[in-house]
Design a protein around this ligand. Structure first.
Ligand code: AMP
Length: 175
């Protein structure tokens, strides 16, 4: 089962990036090409019931599987980046993290109005990051089709906060 494999390989790093946080380090997954392919296929499998026109991946770990997932689905990929990284005209939104705060930016022509956008990131914690992503998508007149994560920290209740945008919330491994 893919959830068991992911849980076996993901490394817990205590007190990173600050005391009290248990950081889920997914870099060991990236060394296993067979597992990477299985993860992309499993992420795509979970989306069989919903219409996805675009995958939006969140900097930076959301890029690792987000582009592969978009390629696998045969749809465009859009990077959502931290402030100041994108070269063209942007729209932005600030948000709180489990640790600290940040601003997310997207090119103003990233989506066509009405497109169904799947938001992908490696991990769901409080949901602050993907809520910012959702607001940006809606600002550009597109629709949040759902959320796709490798890992969800369900004890932080991020899933509940996402219902405002979409009921479609998928993760391969939950804690
Ligand atoms: P949040 O906005 O609280 O849902 O945080 C999610 C974002 O922060 C994702 O981009 C994650 O990669 C990162 N993140 C938050 N908490 C953790 C954690 N415990 N382990 C690994 N990454 C985390």
């Amino acid at each position: 089962m893919i959830e068991t494999k992911i849980k076996q390989i993901v490394r817990d790093v205590n007190d990173f990036p600050k005391p009290g946080i248990v950081f889920k380090d997914i870099t060991p997954i990236l060394k296993d090409a067979v597992l990477c392919n299985a993860i992309v296929a499993a992420l795509a499998d979970q989306l069989s019931e919903i219409k996805v026109d675009v995958v939006a991946g969140i900097e930076s770990r959301g890029f690792l599987f987000g582009l592969s997932l978009a390629n696998y689905l045969g749809v465009p990929f859009v990077p959502m980046r931290k402030a100041g990284k994108l070269p063209y005209k942007t729209v932005q939104h600030s948000y709180d993290l489990e640790y600290g705060s940040a601003t997310l930016e997207i090119h103003e022509d990233a989506f066509l109005p009405g497109q169904n956008v799947l938001i992908h990131d490696d991990l769901l914690a409080t949901g602050g990051t993907v809520i910012a992503a959702s607001r940006l998508i809606e600002k550009l007149g597109a629709v949040v089709a759902g959320y796709s994560f490798i890992i969800a920290l369900d004890f932080l209740n991020g899933r509940d906060r996402l219902l405002e945008f979409s009921p479609n919330n998928y993760a391969l491994a939950s804690y």
